[in-house]
Design a protein around this ligand. Sequence first.
Ligand SMILES: [Zn+2]
Length: 176
Amino acid sequence: MDRVCRDCGGPVSRQSKGRCKPCQIAYMQSDPEIAERRRAAIKRHCAQPEVKSARALRLRNYLQNMPESDREKRREHGRRQYRDCLSRPDVVAKTLAPEVRRRAGRARTDTVLAWCPPELRETYRELIRRNGLSASDARAALEPSIPGTVAHAKLTIENFNLKQKLRVERQQREAY
Ligand SMILES: [Zn+2]
């Protein structure tokens, strides 16, 4: 007897585990756990430094040597995107919707303030808004409290040295 897809009843290949190819793809995408595992695996793969630098190099090479025909194809694609999609009234309305703009704003913040942990961002804004600091001064003021920064390492060493010094002084006092 021929095996059939358990979802659509269509024909399946002999190697399949019960679903035809389209149904197997739909099934994997419908299961949040599988989707999450795949996303995590892709993320892990892409986070490897050698994968990142190889991709950056490939992209840089391509952009520098892009054939004129590709360039024109890209321009044409952009024009088509605008004409068929971006200029459509419903799309324009959607991109201007408050919650969409808020989400875009948050995404931009995550990029621009990637150096700043979320719990310090309000402080950062206050330093600029209320205390009138420049962006770079505000950042410099916060960095000592952000582990992983040079300023934080410096402060940690300074604190350590200070503690050492105080201990030595105390020991000297107690020696008399
Ligand atoms: Zn199927």
